[in-house]
Design a protein around this ligand. Structure first.
Ligand code: COA
Length: 420
């Protein structure tokens, strides 16, 4: 196999995100402006946005969610960047992870020195049934959707296959949600910045205020096992196994490494990138792993010249709790069938040996689908530079990874980051 390498080094020198959540008063433009300003504020030295030469923006479906297509030049306009080249990238929930890869290639090739990469999605304009239909178009509308599949349904099928093959318990899925909510509680920009214990207290307070019987649970697991508190969405996935419907935007600034010190004394180099594709879920023989993610991960490790043992933290695509378990196996943190035991044993906790999704992940931070890939890069930038405040990991992070999946794994993109 040919050993690939980037034409020249690429560094991330700024990264920011809007508040994630439900914002009836904001549209995509407002959210992207918010993310852009957060990115600007994160650049340590003086920086003139007019130095930006190109914009790559991840966006899954502003047509279906907002009735607005052709979003890239609009975003460029709203942050004052026209007439630079503005390109939209669509690969379902991997849209902005793939946009990041396009930005890396633009800098690594020498075409541009300074590139803005972003992600946007405004999902909450529509009622939930229409959101579910819009998301379903990321599946195969010829063979899968007419058979009744929805996205919770796809991942429920993967969870069922995984549990059947490896004997995993529903409690392992719940532990992913518990962990990610406890991380998200420390992320002020998360949609659900609350632990499961906080959710329980809120529900009790709400019942008391309405004069209803106050529910009681012995602990968080009892809450998650309660069909009323945590209803089934698609067996075995319950409400707290699902990422929410989110409005949000993200932005990162890429430059060539030779000029990175003009922007910051603490750049984050992007040293690995991999991307692969696969057939839709109905065409696969194995539902317990995502082959495109395995391939993308291997490409990224090879390009970076590192192995999974070098990776100190990772943000992985936990659109549903089962997806996080499978991701940790596909990337090599754990052997096939051991990811569920790892989470039950706390190995992926913030201060465990393999911290996964310190941001709260898509589960708790939120999942504005086209913005999630660059959102993961924002967390890595923040953690690697030691600026994650209360959720900061307890070790130096020299190598980190992001893993972003489109649909059920028809697209996967992995990046590896390095701090000197
Ligand atoms: N996790 C935890 N709580 C959630 C939640 C989630 N994913 N989604 C909603 N809630 C909470 C709300 O905050 C609200 O709480 P409250 O009553 O205390 O205020 C309550 O649940 C009801 O919210 P609502 O917005 O009416 O939920 P919903 O039934 O419309 O949506 C899901 C719930 C699971 C159907 C929706 O979140 C969903 O479709 N998620 C998956 C999104 C998806 O497929 N993304 C792409 C992945 S590839």
């Amino acid at each position: 196999m040919t050993q690939r390498k980037l034409g020249r080094g690429v560094a991330m020198v700024g990264a920011g995100m809007s508040q994630f959540g439900v914002f009836p008063e904001k549209d995509t433009r407002d959210l992207f402006v918010e993310a852009f300003w957060a990115m600007r504020d994160s650049v340590d030295k003086d920086f003139d946005p007019h130095d930006i030469e190109a914009l790559y923006i991840g966006n899954y479906s502003s047509e279906l969610f907002e009735g607005q297509g052709h979003t890239a030049p609009i975003m460029a306009d709203w942050v004052g960047l026209t007439p630079i080249a503005a390109t939209r990238v669509e690969d379902a929930c991997a849209s902005s992870g793939v946009a990041l890869r396009q930005g890396i290639m633009a800098v690594a090739s020498g075409l541009h020195d300074v590139v803005l990469v972003g992600g946007i999605e405004k999902m909450n304009n529509l009622p939930i049934a229409e959101v579910t239909n819009a998301l379903a178009t990321a599946g195969d509308v010829l063979y899968e959707i007419p058979a009744g599949f929805t996205f919770p349904g796809f991942y429920a099928a993967m969870a069922t296959a995984y549990m059947d093959r490896y004997g995993a318990r529903p409690e392992a899925l719940m532990k992913v949600g518990l962990k990610n909510h406890s991380n998200g509680a420390l992320n002020p920009k998360a949609q659900f910045n609350m632990t499961i214990a906080d959710v329980m207290l809120r529900k009790q307070a709400s019942a008391e205020k309405k004069g209803r019987p106050i529910p009681h649970w012995d602990d968080e697991m009892a809450f998650l096992q309660d069909d009323r508190a945590n209803p089934m969405i698609a067996w075995p996935l319950r409400l707290f196994d699902c990422s929410p419907v989110t409005d949000g935007a993200t932005a990162v600034l890429l430059v060539s490494t030779d000029i990175a010190k003009n922007f910051t004394d603490d750049p984050i180099n992007i040293i690995g990138s991999g991307q692969a594709s696969d057939r839709a879920l109905h065409g696969r023989s194995d539902l317990t792993s995502i082959n495109a993610a395995k391939l993308a991960g291997q490409q990224a490790y090879d390009l970076a010249g590192v192995t999974v043992h070098d990776v100190k933290i990772a943000e992985v695509h936990d659109c549903f709790t089962i997806a996080e378990i499978i991701a940790t196996e596909d990337l090599g943190f754990f052997s096939p069938g051991q990811g569920h035991e790892a989470v039950e044993e706390g190995l992926t906790a913030r201060h465990g040996p393999h911290p996964i999704n310190t941001s709260g992940g898509l589960k708790s931070k939120g999942h504005p689908v086209g913005a999630s890939g660059t959102g993961q890069a924002v967390e890595i930038f923040t953690q690697m530079r030691g600026r994650a405040s209360k959720r900061q990991v307890d070790r130096d992070v020299d190598i980190a990874l992001t893993h972003n999946v489109g649909g059920t794994g028809q697209t996967a993109v992995v990046h590896i980051y390095q701090r000197d």
